[in-house]
Design a protein. Structure first.
Length: 238
């Protein structure tokens, strides 16, 4: 049984310059996985080593004990855009949290987060979700809706109002069933919209679609279609 578990385990890179903090992160992986969850195994190392490991798909970056800040996150995104990143950083800095997510982080935890919270966030990210404090979700959506990079406007695909609505909900990792219920349409219609969104944006899956929307503010030039219910979650479930 142990061999099967190890064979299925997802390796998660760990970057922390302080040995004590690194040891604390490693200890989190000693927690047993809940039923149905894929086991996780730690892969500590330097940032350079982990970025060069193309088989690694997940990385926990301890900003509190590692050199660099947002610039390092930008470097990670530029070097390994496929890497799903969990950031542990200072508490009480909402702008930093938002900047980290915009820079590519799938989750942000402050330094006071306990082992259980860190493990839960890592699990959420490996399952394709985004983990962020509830109070920041509305700010995050507003920023993404209004953020425009004029260097990227040329060639952005034209999306209909309904496609923008679906994309906004995909950004919060809503399932097709949840999107259908919120928009009052059939689930098969949602699937059709998602398929068209992927085709228009040239991506292969929902996660890539989410990250492209976040990094390029795709078709978020109008905020009028945002619904109040978008602000009601603490952790976004897939």
């Amino acid at each position: 049984m142990s061999g099967i578990r190890n064979a299925r385990a997802i390796r998660v890179g760990l970057v922390a310059d302080e040995p004590i903090r690194l040891a604390g992160l490693i200890s989190i992986f000693e927690m047993l996985s809940e039923e149905g969850q894929t086991p996780l195994t730690p892969a500590p190392g330097s940032l350079r080593e982990l970025l060069s490991n193309r088989s690694l798909q997940y990385l926990v970056f301890d900003m509190n004990s590692s050199s660099g800040g947002i610039e390092t996150l930008e470097l990670i995104r530029h070097t390994r855009p496929d890497l799903r990143l969990v950031v542990i950083g200072p508490e009480g800095n909402d702008e930093l949290v938002l900047d980290c997510i915009i820079a590519g982080a799938r989750a942000y935890l402050d330094v006071t987060a306990g082992p259980s919270a860190v493990r839960t966030a890592i699990n959420a990210v490996t399952e394709g979700s985004i983990w962020a404090p509830r109070r920041l979700l509305s700010k995050l959506i507003d920023r993404l809706l209004t953020k425009r990079d004029t260097s990227l406007t040329v060639g952005d695909p034209h999306l209909t109002a309904r496609e923008r609505q679906v994309l906004e909900l995909i950004l919060l990792a809503r399932s097709n069933r949840e999107i259908a219920g919120q928009l009052g349409i059939e689930e098969r219609t949602v699937k059709a919209h998602v398929g068209r969104l992927m085709k228009k944006t040239g991506v292969d899956n929902r996660i890539e679609l989410t990250m492209r929307a976040m990094s390029r503010s795709l078709a978020f030039n109008k905020a009028s279609d945002v619904e109040e219910d978008l602000h009601s979650r603490n952790c976004v479930d897939s």
